[in-house]
Ligand binder design. Structure first.
Ligand code: IMP
Length: 198
């Protein structure tokens, strides 16, 4: 069974492929299905956007399609950058990090609590047939650290391991991360769907 992983983010794709390695599906990426314009992510929540993307790519390709929507919520910034994480303050992460530290310093809260959130949706036969969620709780690191992962990983400190998620290799990050937890639930569903098929 083919499963389209509907993301244009190479960092996410690597992580998802690792987590679904043993699921009974042949993963197909957007590179394998020809040019499809990206949908506008107009949802107001991570869950809305995950559903919207999964359905959009399922309709465009006819393949069962899984999409995730994820982001970083910083408590002292009232949940920013949230669902706008990818585009908030542009696409250069050094600039984004500087802006975050500037805003946090103004509030005297550089080490604010923060969480990564991930919602996953799987669409097939014209509808969303599975959804899951994952969260990882942490704090904003004093300074950016680490070269693994992508996006905001260098500034997200995971206290139980005393490291940022950019200091964890892919497999270790997957065991603790928001995306790891949400896609593990998908892997369980794919291995044993409730009605014997999906
Ligand atoms: P999406 O592609 O619309 O879901 O946007 C996700 C954005 O959230 C990414 O581009 C990153 O900026 C951020 N993000 C989500 N998950 C992670 C993660 O695991 N590490 C670092 N940044 C993440």
């Amino acid at each position: 069974m083919k499963l389209l992983v509907a993301t244009t983010n190479p960092g996410k794709l690597r992580e998802i492929a690792g987590i679904l390695e043993h699921a009974p599906v042949e993963l197909v990426s957007l590179d394998d299905v020809g040019e499809i314009p990206e949908p506008e992510e107009i949802g107001l929540t991570f869950a809305d956007n995950a559903r919207l993307k999964a359905l959009y790519y399922h309709r465009a390709t006819g393949l069962p399609s899984v999409a995730d929507d994820s982001g970083l919520e910083i408590e002292a910034l009232d949940g920013l950058p949230g669902i706008h994480s990818a585009r908030w303050e542009g696409s250069d992460y050094a600039v984004k990090f500087r802006k975050i530290y500037e805003l946090l310093d103004m509030k005297g809260k550089r080490g604010s609590s923060a969480r990564f959130v991930c919602r996953v949706a799987l669409a097939d036969r014209g509808e969303v047939i599975f959804e899951s969620a994952g969260v990882i709780e942490g704090v904003i690191a004093d300074t950016p650290r680490g070269d693994h992962g992508f996006g905001y990983d260098p500034i997200f400190l995971y206290p139980p391991l005393g490291r940022t998620t950019a200091e964890l290799d892919r497999d270790l990050k997957a065991t603790v991360s928001h995306r790891g937890r949400a896609f593990e639930a998908l892997a369980v569903f794919l291995k044993s769907p409730p009605n014997g098929r999906w």
